[in-house]
Ligand binder design. Structure first.
Ligand SMILES: C[S@@+](CC[C@H](N)C(=O)[O-])C[C@H]1O[C@@H](n2cnc3c(N)ncnc32)[C@H](O)[C@@H]1O
Length: 193
């Protein structure tokens, strides 16, 4: 049965936390990216989940953080864990993102949960949220494909590197590099022109 990513994650929020809280997958890539940003950079995390391990890794790197996620259960857990980080519970395409711009945006495990049109919209929204020269790190496969999300049963869609590159280019963003973590997740390290 088709589901939207918002209800899929809210319905499976506790199960997701039970797994993700104990996972360190990707933290080396995130640590490396975080340390490549100027100290004290203002960073927005889109789809922060419960904040472990990604937000925790960013906070330990000394970054100043803001966060958004659509799941009320995950956001309330996030607030208990990171009471000093401003967080909003909303759909990624509906947030006003604290009415400000950021030096960097990170979004791990979100883009491919969205339909193609929303993926394009979100990439263009990220451009608007970034200051010139700002950075964007997101995960999505290099290959085109459709698969079932192991956490929720939700149908995921990768547009593939060629299409991501052309959407990014239209949005005046360019790929600096890509990385693969120990879970074989692909990361796009992107810069705003
Ligand atoms: C795979 S989890 C990744 C969470 C976190 N980034 C991590 O790596 O642990 C996907 C996250 O996206 C959130 N999400 C799903 N659809 C969303 C949407 N449309 N807007 C904002 N967040 C969304 C879910 O609530 C969940 O926290």
């Amino acid at each position: 049965m088709a589901s939207d990513s918002v209800s899929a994650y809210e319905n499976h929020a506790r199960k997701f936390l039970n797994t993700r809280d104990h996972s360190t997958i990707g933290i080396h890539v995130i640590e490396q990216w975080a340390h490549s940003l100027p100290t004290n950079s203002d960073v927005l995390e889109i789809a922060c989940g419960g904040g472990i391990p990604v937000t925790r890794t960013l906070a330990l790197a000394g970054l100043k953080l803001w966060a958004v996620d659509s799941s009320p259960t995950l956001v309330s857990e996030f607030k208990l864990r990171f009471p000093d980080i401003p967080v909003e519970c909303t759909h990624a395409l509906e947030s006003n993102y604290f009415g400000r711009k950021f030096s960097a945006v990170i979004s791990i495990g979100l883009l491919f949960l969205l339909c193609e049109d929303d993926q394009v919209r979100l990439i263009h929204r990220v451009y608007q949220l970034l200051m010139p020269g700002g950075r964007f790190l997101f995960t999505a496969p290099v290959e085109i494909g459709i698969w079932t999300d192991i956490n929720t049963g939700h149908q995921c869609r990768s547009l593939g590197r060629e299409r991501y590159e052309s959407i990014l280019q239209e949005a005046q963003l360019r790929i600096l590099d890509t990385y693969v973590d120990e879970g074989r997740n692909n990361y796009y390290d992107v810069e705003r022109n």
